[in-house]
Design a protein around this ligand. Structure first.
Ligand code: 3PG
Length: 213
């Protein structure tokens, strides 16, 4: 429990987003991501057993797991009970942010416009998910939105690929990038944890290259 979720994201710089409904894959996927250098994951609450997946993954040593697609205040307690260390939501909702702050769960609300960003700042948020990143203007939009808000850190997510991640990471306001490309459902369901590890390794390598340029 030594580092905070934001510190962990800033270290890995890539946040694997998982859409996973079969608890049998949970530990293997977490282990593969960790082996590939990304000891962090966002488990989206889009499926029936997502909380169980979250619980299993959070039992893996040295892996930090949070919940994604959190949209309602009543989910916050369940996320905490399952071992979730942070929450991510697709949009900004003041009630959800309030509940997360009340229960001490770090939350990254999704924003795609300056108005939404200002509303999130008013609610006491300092790090947001920029979503859906590619469809909302991608790197150019992040750069443009960051001009008036240079202290707000962003985690662009949505439509990001291995080839596209470095351009986002080069922006000073980008804390990390998120995406499902590291562990797509096809690989996971087929038990191809080796491909998950390879994708994580490839992303970790790109992060290092980003630092050295
Ligand atoms: C999310 O919830 O963050 C997105 O579904 C991830 O988008 P991607 O599949 O385009 O990476």
């Amino acid at each position: 429990r030594s580092v905070t979720p934001l510190v962990a994201m800033g270290r890995s710089r890539v946040l694997p987003v998982l859409v996973l409904d079969d608890v049998r894959h949970a530990v293997a996927v977490a282990t593969a991501l960790r082996a590939g250098g990304l000891p962090i994951a966002e488990v989206t609450l889009r499926s029936r057993y997502a909380l169980e997946v979250l619980r299993e993954m959070s039992s893996v040593d040295d892996v930090m797991v949070g919940a994604g697609t959190v949209t309602r205040p009543e989910q916050v307690e369940r996320v905490l009970a399952a071992g979730g260390r942070f929450a991510v939501s697709p949009g900004f909702s003041p009630g959800l942010v309030r509940e997360c702050h009340r229960q001490g769960l770090p939350i990254l609300p999704g924003v795609a416009t300056p108005t939404e960003l200002q509303a999130a700042l008013d609610a006491g948020v300092d790090t947001v998910k920029f979503f859906p990143a590619a469809a909302s203007g991608g790197v150019r939009m992040v750069r443009a939105m960051s001009a008036p808000f240079p202290h707000v850190r962003m985690v662009p997510t949505g439509g990001i690929t291995a080839a596209g991640m470095s351009e986002y990471l080069a922006l000073p306001t980008v804390l990390a990038v998120g995406g499902t490309w590291l562990a797509p459902a096809e690989w996971v369901c087929a038990g191809r944890y080796d491909l998950v590890e390879l994708a994580a390794r490839d992303a970790s390598k790109r992060v290092l290259e980003e630092v050295s340029v």
